[in-house]
Design a protein around this ligand. Structure first.
Ligand code: DC
Length: 224
């Protein structure tokens, strides 16, 4: 039996940063499921499928073969054999991912791949439905969150550091809209699993959060 940690929560709560740190500490493989949904969104954009065409998205997703691998310890997503990591972190892809990930056909395909990965490997997997759908029997479930203003400020600082022009108010509105779509969609909406531990990172540093979650994971391992 593999050891599995599920981390869910809204965009910008710090899931991937924390999951990477905990993966190193606990010797787990980090699986970023958002990147898989982003690869699917990239495929839709390249194929010129409209955001307003749910049937088109469902049909087209059959043509996308998405797999993951690891290079130098980092997850790489392959879309029909091409490493697409460099194209996944744009606002355009984020927008499409939020729409295409609501389609059942897209979720069925990617959830099956995620379940398969966790069967044979000790993983820490982050996303929106890991504790509720993908790994309902995970050894540890964390629901990581932070206020929308704190999440917007973190994203704003990141973009500023890269020299990109942006508006804090627009970023926060975008986060609020994305939360709404993720939490109110029909298919696997974002919600805290009943047995997930809530960690609000609004007033915590990255180190404090990583320390707390590693502590929870270690305690669980010791209890075996
Ligand atoms: O975590 P992220 O921003 O990279 O996720 C991209 C999009 O994919 C986001 O709109 C939420 C969606 N997603 C999802 O529906 N289920 C997951 N397990 C992971 C991400």
């Amino acid at each position: 039996m593999s050891y599995c940690v599920a981390i869910d929560g809204p965009a910008g709560a710090g899931k991937s940063t924390i999951a990477r740190l905990v993966a190193k500490k606990m010797n787990l493989v980090y699986v970023d499921t958002g990147a898989m949904y982003r690869a699917m969104a990239l495929f839709m954009l390249r194929e010129k499928v409209s955001r307003d065409d749910p049937e088109g998205i469902s049909r087209k997703c059959e043509e996308a073969d998405i797999t993951i691998g690891y290079e130098n310890g980092e997850q790489v997503v392959y879309l029909n054999g091409e490493n697409v990591n460099a194209f996944l972190r744009t606002e355009e892809v984020s927008g499409m991912a939020s729409v295409s990930s609501a389609q059942k056909a897209v979720r069925v395909k990617l959830v099956s791949l995620q379940k398969q990965l966790a069967k044979t490997t000790d993983v820490i997997m982050d996303g929106r439905d890991i504790g509720t759908c993908v790994l309902p029997d995970a050894d540890v479930k964390i629901y990581l969150t932070a206020s929308s203003s704190v999440r917007a400020k973190r994203r704003y600082d990141e973009l500023q550091a890269k020299g990109e022009k942006c508006s804090l108010a627009e970023i926060e509105q975008d986060i609020i809209d994305r939360d709404y779509r993720d939490m109110h969609r029909e298919e696997s909406p974002l919600r805290r699993a009943e047995d997930a531990i809530l960690v609000d990172t609004s007033d915590m540093t990255i180190e404090e959060v990583a320390e707390k979650i590693s502590g929870i994971c270690e305690a669980k391992k010791r209890s075996f």
